[in-house]
Design a protein around this ligand. Structure first.
Ligand code: NDP
Length: 476
């Protein structure tokens, strides 16, 4: 018997995806650099489906039906390059390599071209949903040649999450597009988590609410427009009591947020593309600041805070303000993320369909949320939407939240509680809707010191003022 697909890299993600594939009736060849993980999987879960145990890469490749399909689930970076090379040396033209790791999209572009030159199909597939998603249905974002999707699409769709009977897996576009959208997905996840953190901090440190009560608020929010996986698990984490100390678990966890790189990549790409993805950038910086342990320690107690009590009198009203500020900021973060995807798609000629993306993010992935249905509808209605924020549903949602949003930021600032993502999202919104921006002054300054010229509002052409001369204007 031969396997329909092979999985190499059997750490937490790979082993769960292999089991998921087997649960859906596929025969799965298993391979891992060290045999221990393969044997552990067979020992613990071998009875769940049809697995073929292999030790060497040669055995692994020989266990696959043709055209061969291999899913790589190893550490992103050099390890992935090594595994691709080993596989490519054993494969034949027409075979398909799927990289399901969190690879950088530019690596995927390079790898796809190198494999295409050897007659192999290379599919860079973003996979979201963590451990649990991998096992029970992730959201899958495969890029690569359209022909390979015909072969691997049905297989990947079979194991993906489904919402309203629709698989959370679709062909994204050529080469690096799948990993690019997965990267921005992770960036949005960073923003989402930072916004949730700020909402929590406001309840904790402006309103002085106990953690259990805050957990209840999130539980309640999860029944409305904010209904999402991250809000749901926020209530779970906040409800957890530490067995050793009896304190809320959140109080015994060190407040230094880690990161593995996809948020940083998103921001670097946003800078290169010239897209103001401010919500994601603030979230990445907030994690960096939280981890600047020595610097934070030195600043504690030395820097003056605020001595006045700014606790709002109407607690329930302020909690509602926070909810609205969270929702509006979240809309901004997604709007910016979709702007970045549009810009990346144009830059690389990928033709990514934002509506299709919103559809496959409704289930399986970490940012799954009720409101992705609204995003899908917005793009269905107008595929050329200039910004998600300007779709009627979201414009209304933000407009009705804006007074609350401002109150939250005013109060947080007065009370000395940091709200970088809430505040920068509101500034972005205010800048986007402003009739005139101070960029006119920036242009004037650039012309003054560097003769960079400026455009005029009243006539065509580029102009320069003779700043060091008689200050008359000349056409450049
Ligand atoms: P890790 O990223 O921890 O990678 C461990 C696996 O990589 C092991 O199977 C290991 O083999 C293998 N490996 C490491 N170096 C090499 C090498 N040089 N050659 C061959 N194999 C090597 O595993 P995860 O399961 O966490 O993630 C797998 C991929 O999925 C990663 O790219 C990750 O970014 C991505 N991902 C992870 C998510 C998560 O929630 N964890 C979510 C979405 C994507 P060995 O056992 O021999 O050491």
């Amino acid at each position: 018997r031969l396997a329909q697909i092979g999985v190499t890299g059997l750490a937490v993600m790979g082993s769960n995806i292999a089991r998921n594939l087997a649960h859906h009736g596929h025969t799965v060849a298993l391979h891992n650099r060290s045999i221990g993980k393969t044997d552990a999987l067979i020992a613990e879960h071998g009875s769940e489906g049809d697995f073929i145990r292999t030790e060497t890469m040669e055995e692994f490749v020989a266990a696959l039906e043709k055209p061969r399909r291999v899913l790589i689930m190893v550490k992103a970076g050099d390890a992935t390059d090594g595994v691709i090379e080993d596989l490519a040396n054993l494969m034949e033209p027409g075979d398909i390599i799927i990289d399901g790791g969190n690879s950088l999209y530019t690596d995927t572009i390079r790898r796809e071209a190198a494999m295409a030159a050897r007659g192999l199909n290379f599919v860079g597939a973003g996979i979201s949903g963590g451990e649990e998603g991998a096992l029970n249905g992730p959201s899958i974002m495969p890029g690569g040649p359209a022909e390979s999707y015909e072969s691997v699409g049905p297989l990947l769709e079979s194991i993906s999450a489904h919402v309203d009977g629709v698989p959370c897996c679709t062909h994204i576009g050529p080469d690096g597009s799948g990993h690019f959208v997965k990267m921005v997905h992770n960036g949005i996840e960073y923003a989402d988590m930072q916004l949730i953190g700020e909402a929590y901090d406001l309840m904790r440190n402006v309103l002085g609410m106990p953690v259990t009560e805050i957990a209840d608020v999130f539980r309640d929010w999860n029944t409305g427009v904010l209904d999402s996986y991250l809000i749901e698990i926020t209530a779970e984490v906040l409800s957890q009591v530490d067995a050793a100390t009896g304190r809320p678990l959140v109080d015994v966890i060190v407040d230094a947020a880690g990161q593995k790189g996809t948020g940083r990549w998103t921001v670097k790409s946003a800078l290169d593309l010239g897209i103001p993805t401010t919500g994601i950038a603030e979230a990445v910086f907030a994690r960096a600041l939280s981890s600047s342990t020595a610097q934070r320690k030195s600043a504690q107690g030395l820097v003056a805070g605020t001595s006045t009590d700014f606790t709002p009198e109407d607690k329930a009203a302020f909690v509602e303000d926070i909810r609205k500020a969270l929702y509006a900021s979240k809309v901004v973060a997604y709007s910016q993320g979709f702007d970045q995807i549009k810009a990346g798609s144009e830059e690389y000629g990928w033709n990514v369909q934002p509506g299709k993306l919103a559809t496959i993010w409704r289930g399986g992935c970490i940012i799954r949320a009720k409101f992705l249905d609204r995003i899908r509808e917005a793009y269905d209605e107008n595929p050329e939407l200039p910004a998600l924020l300007l779709a009627p549903y979201f414009r209304d949602a933000v407009e009705t939240s804006v007074e609350s949003w401002r109150r939250v930021i005013i109060t947080a600032t007065a009370a000395g509680v940091p709200v970088p993502a809430f505040a920068s999202s509101l500034s972005y919104y205010d800048a986007l809707r402003a009739e005139r921006l101070p960029a006119a002054l920036t242009q004037g300054l650039r012309d003054y010191f560097g003769a960079h010229t400026y455009l005029r509002v009243d006539k065509p052409g580029s102009f320069h003022t003779l700043w060091s001369g008689d200050r008359s204007e000349v056409e450049a």
